[in-house]
Design a protein around this ligand. Structure first.
Ligand code: IMP
Length: 203
């Protein structure tokens, strides 16, 4: 699909295999006439190395790599992560690889809680850099959600660091309140910006 040409169904290829992420993105676009397809849907299993030093570098690497294979598609890529102030903003861009890629989320979360034992400053944030590439346009946004690290792991049915992150102005972790997460998360805010841009192009 190309923006600028109004087609009956817009299609966006999401440069991710992460089922949770894709579910969040699909949920976001579900009221619109936009079809979201993922790398899973097209059996794309080429490993993309995230060699950038910022979230934006990595989002662009993912988007441009996929674009080299599918130059006529609109491609949406994000790179996101969890940064803990008292840990020098780690794991940050290394969120997926923290303690080694393949380490289960529960162990990563336990380790962060351990590292923060006795630490007063529990400030943390999620960041999401998101890129929408079309054959002729590049749109970039970076959004954050601030909060703190909980004292214990709370909530199920989510992923990553959600069970230890309490966003500002609430007491529940993201994993305990997915409805709230959908409203205020780093990815939701980035998607909102992408959506505004898509609407602008399609008008
Ligand atoms: P990536 O953007 O897929 O590279 O995400 C890197 C890592 O950040 C993921 O594997 C998760 O551990 C973490 N992460 C990113 N977004 C979220 C989120 O919304 N909730 C919890 N963890 C997240």
């Amino acid at each position: 699909m190309f923006f600028g040409m109004i087609t009956t169904v817009m299609r966006i290829l999401v440069a991710s295999h992460n089922g949770h992420k894709i579910k969040e993105i699909k949920e976001y676009f579900k009221h619109l006439d936009i079809e979201i397809i993922s790398l899973r849907d097209i059996d794309f299993d080429f490993e993309i190395e995230e060699t950038g030093i910022t979230f934006l570098d990595n989002a662009l690497i993912k988007a441009k790599t996929i674009q080299s294979f599918y130059p006529n598609h609109a491609i949406l890529a994000d790179d996101s992560g969890f940064s803990v102030k008292a840990l020098g903003n780690e794991p940050g861009v290394n969120s997926a690889r923290f303690l080694g890629s393949g380490t289960v989320d529960a162990l990563k979360n336990k380790e962060i809680l351990k590292l923060l034992e006795g630490v007063i400053d529990r400030k943390a944030m999620f960041t999401c850099a998101m890129v929408l590439l079309t054959p002729s346009q590049q749109f970039v946004t970076q959004q954050v959600v601030y909060g703190s690290v909980s004292q214990e792991i709370r909530g199920t049915g989510s992923f990553g660091y959600d069970p230890i992150f309490i966003p500002e102005h609430t007491t529940k972790t993201f994993a305990e309140d997915l409805e709230y997460k959908a409203k205020v998360s780093h990815r939701s805010k980035a998607l909102m910006e992408v959506l505004k841009y898509v609407e602008y192009l399609a008008e």
